[in-house]
Design a protein around this ligand. Structure first.
Ligand code: GTP
Ligand code: MG
Length: 201
């Protein structure tokens, strides 16, 4: 899919205040610093569309980006930021959880995982929570440029092996690097296929 147009629309902390346009949307979630905002920029070919930082905790709000005037990418705050205050962690949980539960336009979530790391309880718990709440998701492994190419498959098989303990069928997964622009086409094509299915209904 060609991303001809990508624009920032609105930021907020309330599912009720998200755009009322009824277009399909796809949300990026995962630990702080995993590369959610960078991936959105890479997909959109716009370096500064979503704000990124080498310090975790950069994205603090629910951010809607309108793509080709037809669908949204949603950048969310990350979880697991150890230095965030308790109050902030609680606010995060509440409004992000609220967003996932209430937002009817959310077609699918992308749960981002840093490919270098072993499976972490915080991500496995969040995946379980998505499943329990019937929220469709795929897994996106990020920062693939940080490991050797031949290690990629081993890392992924290891991760999926751990997921098998929890899940009857394994989710769709993608391997990406925003740095090297890896995984862009498969991810955009996947979104396009879903969008086309929705249009036909
Ligand atoms: P929060 O908004 O804090 O939750 O973080 P985030 O998940 O949006 O991460 P962000 O996109 O801001 O990226 C965090 C850091 O990782 C930045 O320094 C990015 O440049 C770096 N980064 C993101 N993606 C990649 C990647 O594919 N490869 C490499 N090498 N670095 C990356
Ligand atoms: Mg971010």
């Amino acid at each position: 899919m060609n991303v001809a147009h990508a624009e920032f629309v609105v930021s907020n902390t309330k599912a009720e205040s998200c755009p009322k346009t009824k277009m399909p949307e796809y949300a990026f979630i995962g630990r702080s610093n995993v590369g959610k905002s960078s991936l959105i920029n890479m997909l959109c070919n716009k370096k500064k569309l979503a704000k990124t930082s080498s310090r975790p905790g950069k994205t603090q709000l629910i951010n809607h980006f309108l793509i080709n005037k037809q669908w949204y990418l949603v950048d969310l705050p990350g979880y697991g930021y150890a230095r965030a205050s308790k109050t902030k962690k609680k606010t995060f949980q509440k409004f992000v959880v609220d967003y996932f539960i209430k937002r009817k336009e959310l077609v699918s979530a992308f749960l981002l995982i840093d490919i270098r790391h072993e499976p972490q309880p915080i991500d496995l718990d969040f995946l379980r929570w998505l499943g329990e709440n019937f929220i469709p998701f795929s897994i996106v492994f990020t920062k693939a440029d940080k490991i050797k190419e031949k290690e990629i498959e081993t890392k992924i098989n290891n991760y999926l092996g751990v997921l098998k303990a929890d899940w009857e069928s394994l989710p769709h997964h993608f391997v990406t690097s925003s740095e090297k622009r890896l995984g862009r086409e498969p991810l955009l094509n996947y979104i396009q296929q879903i969008n086309q299915k929705i249009e036909k209904h």
